[in-house]
Design a protein around this ligand. Structure first.
Ligand code: SF4
Length: 66
């Protein structure tokens, strides 16, 4: 699965990379780095914790093949 970060609405709360640092990383300004590689199947549940806890709904999921 792939994740897409909408940098227009990410406001740098950092919940994603605080909760799930193995997937999300901050960029130099504390915003979520939008360059997220493919999430392997075994980490999809972890990825969804970040997706569901983003207060701005800035992270969306694109299933493989979308
Ligand atoms: S939790 Fe959402 S708003 Fe906060 S840094 Fe992550 S993507 Fe951006």
């Amino acid at each position: 699965m792939k994740l897409v970060v909408n940098t227009e609405v990410c406001s740098g709360h950092g919940r994603c990379y605080s909760l799930v640092p193995e997937i999300f990383e901050p960029d130099d300004n504390g915003y979520c780095d939008p360059n997220i590689a493919d999430v392997p199947p075994e980490l999809e549940a972890r990825a969804m914790i970040g997706v569901n806890n983003c207060p701005e709904d800035a992270i969306s999921v694109a299933k493989d093949g979308d």
